[in-house]
Design a protein around this ligand. Structure first.
Ligand code: ADP
Ligand code: MG
Ligand code: MG
Length: 905
């Protein structure tokens, strides 16, 4: 039996793993291995696989230690021999980091411990060996703080509280009268270490662990545990990352950016993650370590000179001040910069995608600590993709398959109306961390973002714990932190508007106030953010819908080249129809008619029709409705001229239209010349126990044929009228809620008769189709029979899901969230098509329908028609088109092309 390999080493330009092993080694571990293989300087180390995380969750710590103990000890030996030092040794000690890394990057969601292996003896050894006592103690205090936080769980007690370690640090800085941690000397740091250890003792009742091996095992297990922390869970839920994946753990020899002024640490992007421009950019800090740059501890500096100048202009900092206080890496360490520049090019060329890299410079020597495909905004995704295509780096298929369809949504988000923004008052300016326009009410705590329907989360800085609040808020404003700060990275990943590092604003959490340009804002006050310029405005600003143009339009064109299915839209008004057409819809897949019955006089005529007790009475009322319907259809057909429009006949239960209040009932009684009691009696008689399964859909049109007759007449007359004006309408009349072939036959006959009458009256003919929705499970089962009388099917997957699961959509809110939490359901089936169950009915319905009617046109018009994974399914069963809301049309176009490419692979 071959032994399962659980530990993969890397170092010295050799590695047991590689880039393709992300599932096993996590993205970070796989890329660290790969970087070794392509000759990039990376400190040596090893990665414990994600499978071990699964074993840990199943069997617990002791068993896992037993499984990997020998391998880990051997791997540490290997690192020791490369570095020439020894883990736990007092004279010549090796320090390591313990890092998390899932298959897909989850930035900042899990934990990392740096400088592990330190204790009171080892710190002396480090000091002696490096001759840098300050550095040794700085590393030690950092280690205790991180280990305390990550492994021992010492977090702030409540959200208004500070981190217990930060408090110690602040107190000592305050006593000394300095601002930055770099201003502390050895004695301060020693004092901090003592106090940190006291914090640990006080809070855990135990001494800080001194044995390096104990530290290492505890840290490895803590990283496994961090897979289950609340923010990681939330991130997974948000991004549909499976729970069972687990994280890998990478243990890596430390390199130090905190060894003095010739050392530094930073992060960089090969292209601009926010706009997509081809500009190498990033931030760094001298004499710093790890997360200092992203955590907003000090104001980070720009890597390139050009970026530094841009930044200074935005931050209102003079060239003199910039040069002396915030110089670029390019100026400060030109050699390390030059090497970094060429490595970033090499990495981008190797991975053929924009890279997000982490590096450290130890006494002038550059080390790479991470590379990954960088998170980016929707706009950057589109620009980078198109640029790389033009540069010949990738081909069209790679481009399409790489794009994240849902992210296109961001490009359709509202932007500020240019006139309104001119008159708006700028109160502050920060960095344009993530583009977009946001207007909302101020909240100061992430868990309160839900307080208002539109909120702006205002923070001094954000931390990974704030993820949920960032997701809920319209936009994020922070006082501290740069373009690579946590808030900025997360916001860009979500396509959320973010202004970071607005240094002039004053935030007070205790009083819940925000001061900008001399004005004090309270929680709940309105402000607006422009994430593309970094401007913060007073009050709310009007927004408008953006246009589909430039690279975005180009990507749509390329998508259409590789697609098999086409995309229609669900639209009930000429306005929506036009919008969707501009977004590239090739027709309307669902035009609901019931919304047309609510406006002004119409509802009265509708009520009259429903309240009438005779056919004659109904016909009289329907005659009043006819002209309204006809003109509505004319409007929509005109907007969609030359493209098909599927009109669904009346669907909802009638009680939704009748007056339920006494006053309205009296009014109706007067209108119709009957008594209020009579009206009340009829309304009561329409009451249904379960209206969604009641008298609705084609059951209405078959019990009251005159309703279908009127609607069919209105549709055909509208088409005839347009034809006379030279406009080509293509109506497709759709019967809702068909369950039996007899229902379909009867509806078809009523529609045909009505159409023929119109043709005879007007002496004009128009082409039209008759088809049905498939949304009752029985219809899918007898689809072969129904297809003998239908020219098209459209799967109404909202009702089909409702009826297949037996979940009422109106009541599912009570238990679906709990089901999702408990893992009884993976996804909300009303958002993501349940391929396993409902999908079978869709597949069967399509196949059986085409058995009897090979040319049957098949589409989908439920919410799922705009959801990428559901679209992929629709493609796989051979549908002709998907239909979705206007704003999802571009997403569906790309998703349809991707589905086709994946299937023909
Ligand atoms: P995350 O996944 O949250 O980015 P990382 O594991 O990348 O966490 O660790 C965060 C930071 O810690 C890195 O960006 C790097 O600056 C620092 N770091 C990690 N390992 C080392 C190491 N071996 N030497 C020096 N710095 C390290
Ligand atoms: Mg990292
Ligand atoms: Mg329906």
């Amino acid at each position: 039996m071959t032994r399962v390999k659980r530990v993969y080493t890397f170092g010295n330009k050799e590695a047991e793993g590689n880039e393709k092993m992300k599932d096993l080694l996590g993205g970070k571990g796989a890329n660290l291995a790969e970087m070794n293989l392509i000759g990039i300087p990376v400190p040596p180390g090893f990665t414990i696989t994600t499978e071990v995380c699964t074993e840990y969750n199943k069997f617990g710590k002791d068993k896992v230690v037993e499984l990997i103990k020998d391998d880990v000890e051997a791997a540490i030996k290997k690192v020791e021999s490369i570095i020439g030092s020894k883990f736990g040794d007092k004279e010549n000690p090796l320090l390591v980091s313990v890092r998390s890394g899932a298959r897909v990057s989850m930035p900042g969601m899990m934990d990392t411990v740096l400088n592990l292996g330190l204790n009171d003896d080892v710190v002396q050894g480090i000091a002696k060996k490096t001759g840098n006592e300050r550095f040794a103690w700085d590393s030690y205090r950092r280690f205790i703080q991180m280990f305390g936080d990550v492994v021992l769980g010492l977090k702030p007690e409540s959200k208004e509280d500070h981190d217990p370690f930060e408090e110690v640090m602040d107190e000592i800085k305050h006593k000394k009268g300095v601002q930055n941690d770099t201003d502390l000397d050895v004695n301060d740091l020693k004092q901090i270490v003592t106090k940190y250890k006291e914090v640990v003792k006080r809070k855990t009742g135990k001494d800080f662990p001194t044995d390096p091996w104990d530290q290492l095992w505890a840290a490895i297990m803590a990283v496994f545990d961090s897979w289950q922390n609340p923010r990681a869970k939330y991130y997974r839920a948000l991004n549909q990352i499976p729970e069972e994946w687990g994280t890998a753990v990478t243990v890596q020899s430390m390199v130090f950016g905190n060894m003095g002024n010739n050392s530094a640490t930073g992060v960089a992007f090969t292209r601009d993650a926010s706009t997509g421009e081809k500009i190498f950019n990033g931030e760094y800090l001298v004499n710093a370590q790890g997360e200092d740059v992203v955590a907003g501890i000090r104001t980070p500096q720009q890597i390139t000179l050009e970026g530094s100048k841009r930044w200074a202009a935005l931050a209102n900092i003079s060239e003199d001040e910039r040069k002396t206080k915030y110089p670029s890496l390019e100026e400060v360490m030109p050699d390390a910069y030059a090497e970094l520049f060429s490595i970033q090019q090499k990495l981008e060329n190797h991975y053929r995608d924009m890279q997000d890299i982490e590096f450290t410079i130890q006494e002038g020597k550059l080390w790479l600590l991470q590379t990954r495909n960088g998170k980016r905004t929707g706009a950057a995704m589109v620009k980078i993709g198109m640029d790389m295509l033009r540069e010949g780096m990738i081909d069209e298929k790679t481009l399409l398959l790489r794009l994240e369809a849902n992210k296109l949504d961001e490009l359709l988000h509202p932007v500020f109306d240019s006139d309104s923004v001119k008159t708006a008052k700028v109160m502050a300016k920060g960095l344009p961390a993530s583009p977009g326009a946001a207007t909302g009410q101020i909240v100061f705590f992430a868990d309160e973002a839900k307080k208002y329907p539109k909120s702006i989360l205002v923070r001094v800085e954000t931390s990974p714990e704030d993820l949920e609040g960032i997701n809920v808020a319209q936009g994020i404003l922070t006082a501290r932190g740069g373009m690579t700060s946590h808030a900025a990275v997360v916001a860009r990943g979500m396509g959320k508007c973010c202004v970071s590092g607005a240094g002039s604003i004053k935030i007070d959490y205790k009083t819940r106030t925000l001061g900008m340009s001399g004005k004090v804002y309270k929680e709940g006050d309105w402000i607006s953010l422009n994430g593309s310029t970094g401007e913060v405005y007073d009050g709310s600003i009007k927004t408008i819908t953006p246009k589909l143009s430039g690279d975005f339009a180009e990507i749509m064109k390329i998508s259409d080249k590789y697609t098999r299915m086409y995309v229609r839209t669900n639209a009930d008004t000429p306005h929506d129809a036009k919008l969707a057409r501009d977004f590239g819809a090739k027709g309307i897949g669902l035009c609901r008619t019931e919304h047309m019955f609510f406006d002004g006089e119409r509802i009265k005529a509708m009520r009259e029709m429903i309240l009438a007790t005779t056919e004659e009475g109904r016909r009289k009322a329907l005659d009043k409705l006819l002209p309204y319907q006809r003109s509505d259809f004319e409007g929509i057909f005109e907007a969609m001229h030359d493209l098909p429009v599927t009109v669904r006949l009346l669907d909802p239960p009638l009680h939704e239209f009748v007056p339920h209040e006494d006053e309205n009932q009296r009014e109706m009684a007067q209108e119709m010349g009957i008594s209020a009691e009579e009206v009340k009696r009829i309304v009561d008689s329409l009451h249904e126990i379960n209206p969604m399964l009641g008298h609705r859909g084609c059951r209405l049109g078959n019990t009251y044929p005159e309703i279908t007759e009127m609607q069919a007449r209105a549709i055909i007359e509208a088409a005839v009228n347009l034809k006379k004006r030279g406009i080509n309408a293509k109506p497709e009349i759709m019967v809702p809620l068909t369950g039996t072939v007899q229902e379909m036959e009867m509806q078809k006959k009523i529609v045909k008769d009505a159409a023929e009458k119109v043709f005879a009256e007007t002496g004009e003919r128009v082409d039209y189709l008759i088809g049905t929705m498939i949304e009752v499970p029985r219809a899918a089962l007898v689809a072969d029979k129904i297809a003998e009388h239908a020219e098209f099917f459209s799967f109404g997957t909202n009702d089909l899901t409702q009826m297949t699961f037996g979940y009422s959509r109106d009541d599912a809110g009570k238990f679906l969230p709990i089901y999702l939490k408990k893992g009884l359901l993976k996804n909300d089936p009303f958002q993501i098509l349940d391929q396993e169950g409902v999908g079978q009915l869709v597949k069967m319905g399509t196949e059986r329908g085409r058995q009897t009617c090979p040319k049957l046109k098949v589409g989908i018009c439920g919410e799922h028609g705009g959801e990428p994974s559901s679209i992929e399914f629709c493609n796989s069963v051979g549908m002709d088109y998907v239909s979705c809301s206007p704003f999802r049309v571009p997403i569906a176009r790309l998703a349809a092309a991707q589905a086709n490419l994946k299937q023909s692979k």
